[in-house]
Ligand binder design. Structure first.
Ligand SMILES: C[S@@+](CC[C@H](N)C(=O)[O-])C[C@H]1O[C@@H](n2cnc3c(N)ncnc32)[C@H](O)[C@@H]1O
Length: 216
């Protein structure tokens, strides 16, 4: 069994930040990410999506919404190779990742969308990824609405910017995608599935909607 690490530092922390830090220190995916050179444990979620659905291909143009600190960008870069292009956007700053273009902007603003469209310069994408999540406010209903809002806006972007045959992968909360949105997705994509990676914390309501083969 893995050794349980505890906090020896005398630094004053709130109880919730103490719990978060202890969980991070003991999380095997956090340790694995540090060893493998990934910037986040989230990288393994996209690796699992890729192993199951084989979406990222050599030469793909990928847009990654909510990309900081950059784990999904690193994974995408690896699969699309030199012929591909990876563009990430986040409201927070990120140290650059070689071979990936980064835009710092709020995707919920018109300015954010325009910046991204500017970089795309009329090109359509093969894959739109969205791991966007607003920080939890502790009220499950509000958290759910916020994440659904991010999902809907990312979906709208995907509809307008994907190539025919393209894919959309986005974070949703347990209970899956809202029925109306799911119905719409099934009309726009030939295959729509929900997927909970093993690296997604089992006590978290997070899962992913994977929509494949955009009808255009
Ligand atoms: C779970 S993290 C993404 C982790 C990332 N996939 C990785 O592999 O490192 C969620 C990200 O969504 C971003 N985010 C939340 N709301 C956003 C918004 N309105 N516009 C842009 N980014 C947003 C947050 O800043 C945060 O960095």
């Amino acid at each position: 069994m893995a050794e349980i690490k505890s906090l020896k530092s005398k630094k004053k922390r709130t109880e919730s930040s103490r719990r978060w830090l202890i969980r991070q220190l003991n999380d095997p995916f956090v340790q694995k990410a540090a060893k493998d050179g990934y910037r986040s444990r989230a990288a393994y979620k996209l690796i699992e999506v890729q192993e199951k659905f084989k979406l990222l291909k050599s030469g793909s143009l990928v847009v990654d919404l909510g990309c900081t600190p950059g784990g999904w960008l690193q994974v995408s870069r690896k699969y699309v190779g030199k012929a591909g292009k990876v563009i990430g956007l986040d409201i927070n700053f990120m140290e650059p990742i070689p071979g990936a273009e980064f835009i710092q902007a709020d995707f919920l603003t018109e300015e954010g969308l325009l910046k991204l469209q500017d970089v795309l310069d009329g090109r359509k994408c093969d894959i739109v990824l969205s791991d966007m999540a607003a920080p939890s406010c502790g009220m499950p209903k509000v958290d759910h609405l916020r994440i659904m809002n991010l999902l809907e806006i990312a979906y709208e972007f995907a509809l307008n910017h994907l190539n025919e045959g393209g894919c959309f992968v986005a974070k949703v909360l347990k209970g899956g995608t809202e029925q109306e949105l799911l119905k719409d997705m099934k009309k726009s994509f030939k295959i729509v599935e929900h997927f909970k990676p093993k690296s997604s914390r089992q006590d978290s309501a997070e899962q992913y909607v994977v929509a494949m083969d955009f009808r255009g």
